[in-house]
Design a protein around this ligand. Structure first.
Ligand code: PMP
Length: 422
C-alpha cells in the first residue's frame, strides 16, 4: 500500500484514533486475535438494524424481503472474495463453529446418517485423521474429539525448527487410511504459510478430504479457494475487518450436498412430520435457527472493503511489515519462534525474551500504548514443540504502519534492561 493509500485506510478506522494509558497513541499489534473495523462496516451494520431488520427467508413482508436480499448479497460478496460459488458459503458463528460442523458431519455419517451419499464422511476404526503440530486448538480439538467418537486415529505432520512444516515424513503420515487432512493456511503463531498445493496433492493421492483453516490467510493475502482446490475451509468475520459472531464454512458443492447436518432445527428443513424430517439443500441445511443477519451483512461489507483495497497490495504490505517486525531478532535476548525470512510468511511474529516472562513483556509494551498478545495463542502443542509455555506476539493488518512496528521494536529493546535481565 502506498503512503497515501495507507493514510486513507487508517482514516477509515475510528478506533485507531483513540489514545490509551494516559494519552499515548494506540499502537494496535493484535490484529491476528481480532482486527479493528472500518466505519463502513459499522455503518452497514447499524443501517441494517435501522432500516431493514427482519428475520430472513419466507417472510411475507417487504422488510423480510430486503433483509433476505442483504443476507444473500453478503454471502455472494464473501464467496467472490475467496473464489467460491455462493452456494458453497455457509454462514457460521465463526471458524471454530465451522470446523466443528465438518468434524460432526464425519461422526454423523459414521453413525449411518446421510445414507450412501455421505460415504466419504464415514470413518472406520483405524481410519486416520491428519492435522499438523502447528494447529490452533480450533483445528485440533474437534479432530481429537472426532477420533474419540469414532475410533479413528489422529496423526500429525511435525513442525521443523524454523517453524515451517516438516514435510520429510509426509508420505508416512498421510496414508491409504487417511480420510481427512486438516491444516492451517497461515499459523497464528509463526506466521508461516503452509504449502497448500503439496498437502492437497498428498491428500488427493489417498482420497482424503482436505479442511483448510483460513482464519489468518483470508484477511491478509489473496485466497482463491477453487484454485487452492481444498474441500472445506473456515474463516471468521472478526479477523477480516468484520463483526464478531459470524464466519464462514466453505465446502465444495457436491460435498455440502452429501454432508449430513450437525445443528438441526428450524430453517434447515423441507418436510417435517412427527416421525422424521427431510433437509433443505445446502447452504440452508447447515444454517439452522434464526440467522445473525446484521453480522453477515457486516462481514460481506468487510469482504468488499478488502476486495476494493486489493489483496495483492495487502499481501505486499504484510511482507514489508513482517520484514520490519523480524528485525526484533537482532535485539539481544530476543528469540523469534518461526521463520526469520519473509518468504512464505505473514506479519505475525511470536517471540520470547530471555529472562522475562511473556506477560511482563506484554505489560511493559502496554505501558507504552503498544498492544500485543501474550500466552499460548490457542496453540499449546506448537509452544511445547519450541520448549516455551508462552510467547508474546505482534501481528499486523491492513492499517498497520511501519512507524508502529518501529515504535514496538524500540520499546522491546528496552524490556530486558527494565527487568534487569541484561
Ligand atoms: N484458527 C486460527 C488460525 C485462528 O487464529 C483462530 C482465531 N484465533 C481460529 C482458528 C478460531 O477462530 P474463531 O475464534 O474466530 O472461531
Amino acid at each position: 500500500l502506498s503512503t497515501t493509500e495507507l493514510a486513507a485506510v487508517r482514516a477509515d478506522f475510528p478506533l485507531l484514533e483513540r489514545t490509551v494509558r494516559g494519552g499515548q497513541p494506540l499502537v494496535y499489534l493484535d490484529s491476528a486475535a481480532t482486527s479493528q473495523k472500518p466505519q463502513v462496516v459499522l455503518d452497514t451494520e447499524v443501517d441494517f438494524y435501522e432500516q431493514r431488520n427482519a428475520a430472513v427467508h419466507r417472510g411475507a413482508h417487504q422488510l423480510a424481503e430486503e433483509a433476505t436480499e442483504a443476507f444473500e448479497q453478503a454471502r455472494a460478496a464473501v464467496a467472490e472474495f475467496v473464489g467460491a460459488d455462493e452456494g458453497e458459503i455457509v454462514w457460521q458463528p465463526g471458524a471454530t463453529a465451522a470446523i466443528n460442523v465438518v468434524a460432526y458431519a464425519f461422526s454423523n455419517a459414521t453413525l449411518g446418517r446421510g445414507g450412501e451419499a455421505a460415504a466419504r464422511f464415514r470413518l472406520a476404526p483405524g481410519d486416520e485423521i491428519v492435522v499438523t503440530e502447528a494447529e490452533h486448538h480450533a483445528n485440533l480439538v474437534p479432530w481429537q474429539e472426532l477420533a474419540a467418537r469414532t475410533g479413528a486415529v489422529l496423526r500429525w505432520i511435525p513442525v521443523a525448527d524454523d517453524g515451517r512444516l516438516d514435510l520429510s515424513t509426509l508420505d508416512e503420515v498421510v496414508t491409504e487410511r487417511t480420510k481427512v487432512l486438516a491444516f492451517g493456511h497461515v499459523s497464528n503463531v509463526t506466521g508461516a504459510i503452509a504449502p497448500v498445493a503439496t498437502l492437497v496433492a498428498a491428500a488427493k493421492r489417498v482420497g482424503a478430504l482436505t479442511v483448510l483453516d483460513a482464519c489468518q490467510s483470508v484477511p491478509n493475502m489473496p485466497v482463491d479457494l477453487h484454485a487452492l482446490d481444498v474441500d472445506f475451509a473456515a474463516f471468521s468475520g472478526h479477523k477480516m475487518l468484520g463483526p464478531t459472531g459470524v464466519g464462514a464454512l466453505y465446502g465444495r458443492r457436491e460435498l455440502l450436498e452429501a454432508m449430513p447436518p450437525t445443528v438441526t432445527g428450524g430453517s434447515m428443513v423441507e418436510v417435517v412430520t412427527m416421525e422424521s424430517t427431510t433437509y433443505a439443500p445446502p447452504p440452508q441445511r447447515f444454517e439452522a435457527g434464526t440467522q445473525m443477519v446484521a453480522q453477515t451483512v457486516g462481514m460481506g461489507c468487510a469482504a468488499q472493503y478488502l476486495g476494493e483495497l486489493g489483496m495483492a497490495g495487502v499481501a505486499r504490505h504484510e511482507t514489508e511489515l513482517a520484514a520490519e517486525m523480524l528485525k526484533i531478532a537482532d535485539i539481544p535476548g530476543v528469540r523469534v519462534i518461526g521463520p526469520l525470512d519473509t518468504a512464505d510468511r505473514l506479519a505475525v511474529v511470536s517471540f520470547v525474551v530471555d529472562g522475562v516472562h511473556a506477560h511482563d513483556v506484554g505489560q511493559v509494551l502496554d505501558d507504552k500504548g503498544i498492544a500485543v498478545r501474550v500466552g499460548h495463542h490457542c496453540a499449546q502443542p506448537l509452544h511445547r514443540r519450541f520448549g516455551v509455555a508462552a510467547t508474546a506476539r505482534a501481528s499486523a493488518s491492513v492499517y498497520t504502519t511501519v512507524e508502529e512496528v518501529v515504535a514496538f521494536r524500540e520499546a522491546l529493546a528496552g524490556v530486558r534492561a527494565f527487568f534487569g535481565a541484561e
